[in-house]
Design a protein around this ligand. Structure first.
Ligand SMILES: Cc1ncc(C[n+]2csc(CCOP(=O)(O)OP(=O)(O)O)c2C)c(N)n1
Ligand SMILES: [Mg+2]
Length: 347
């Protein structure tokens, strides 16, 4: 059993990010994207407990550096992103407007999935968001297929513009599912342009990762397929960005896939219906003290790329945007019941 007073931590990969160059513009862009993810999710919790949204809602608090670090190292809107049921923030990083994500959570016609999907099924063709998926590991073959079509169009059909890279996000629990191994095999064999991004937050609902898998260091599983596997501190957006940039360059150059294991933590329960009683207080405190947004704020100030006031200005602007997204969702129409079967098939 998990002793409530103790916890063990795998040593976190140490990357000295002080030498990674970023401009003020890039730094503020990363900060803004992470703050959007955090404040959006906090607002979701509030709206959920007020009875504005239904079903299971899984929040992403604590993991923002992974979504921002990876997706913002790609070409959002051009490259493909595939998510899980914990998908709101991946959608936001991919450029889906906050109001469309919030409206989807409210089940409204103006939502990015026309109100038919809800929390676990964010989708946007425009933003190349391939979807959120309720089944664990369900997105991995979908993302692998997207990467295959880019490669096929480029190399077999001679379409030079088909240089898109796919990022496929999933959890530590998903990495024990057979689809993970089957897809890694094919992706390595065919040198597909894809990043498999495991967000190792140590838990699959109430199952501790170390109790569920024979080799907890997931990135090492890449080696048996001859694939590059890297571990990264998922609470440091600059480290994640660096690793992602290298993986994207490799994929775009036709050198194949990368398995990235980001060590991270969710600051809330598994879903908003989870009382979160299984994880020990010292473990939660350890990870809360490594808040990725505070970390980036410190890095920006230390490098003289931003002032406290600049960051406060962004926080206020984003809070306003999130509040506006709720107003938009609340005043949007419900889907028309006569259109129940619409969008089941592509039109
Ligand atoms: C195929 C399948 N089996 C079981 C479940 C129930 N389930 C939902 S989330 C989850 C845990 C997955 O954990 P992980 O992959 O680590 O992702 P995290 O929730 O930590 O982001 C499980 C077992 C499911 N949704 N799909
Ligand atoms: Mg997990």
């Amino acid at each position: 059993m998990n002793d409530p007073n103790t916890f063990t931590e795998r040593s976190l990969p140490v990357i000295d990010t002080s030498s990674f160059h970023i401009t003020r513009e890039e730094g503020l862009m990363l900060y803004e994207d992470m703050v959007l993810g955090r404040l959006f999710e906090d607002k979701c919790a509030e709206m959920y407990y007020r009875g504005k949204m239904f079903g299971f809602v899984h929040l992403y608090n604590g993991q923002e550096a992974v979504s921002t670090g990876v997706i913002r190292a790609m070409r959002p809107g051009e490259d493909y992103v595939c998510s899980t049921y914990r998908d709101h923030v991946h959608a936001l990083s991919a450029g889906v407007p906050a109001r469309q994500v919030m409206a989807e959570l409210f089940g409204k016609e103006t939502g990015c999935s026309k109100g038919r999907g809800g929390s676990m099924h964010m989708f946007s063709g425009t933003h190349r968001l391939l979807g959120g998926y309720a089944f664990v590991a369900e997105g991995i073959p979908v993302a692998t297929g997207a990467a295959f079509q880019s490669k096929y169009r480029r190399e077999t059909m001679g379409d030079e513009s088909a240089d898109q890279v796919t990022a496929c996000f999933f959890g530590d629990g998903a990495s024990n599912n057979g689809q993970f191994f089957e897809c890694l095999n094919m992706a390595a064999l065919w040198k597909l342009p894809i990043l498999y991004v495991v967000e190792n937050n140590k838990w699959a609902i109430g199952m501790a990762h170390d109790r569920a898998t024979s080799q907890p260091e997931i990135y090492k599983k890449a080696s048996v397929f001859g694939m590059v596997g890297v571990e990264v501190d998922g609470m440091d957006v600059l480290a994640v960005r660096k690793v992602a940039q290298e993986a994207v360059a490799r994929a775009r150059a036709g050198e194949g896939p990368t398995l990235i294991e980001a060590l991270t933590y969710r600051f809330r329960g598994h879903s908003l219906a989870d009382p979160d009683e299984l994880r020990s207080a010292p473990e939660k405190d350890f990870w809360l003290s490594r808040d990725p947004i505070k970390k980036l704020a410190g890095q920006l100030i230390e490098r003289n790329l931003a002032s406290e006031e600049d960051l406060k200005g962004i926080d206020d602007k984003i809070q306003e945007l999130v509040n506006e997204s709720v107003k938009f969702a609340e005043t949007s129409p419900e889907p028309d019941p006569s259109e129940l079967y619409r969008y089941v098939f592509a039109e």
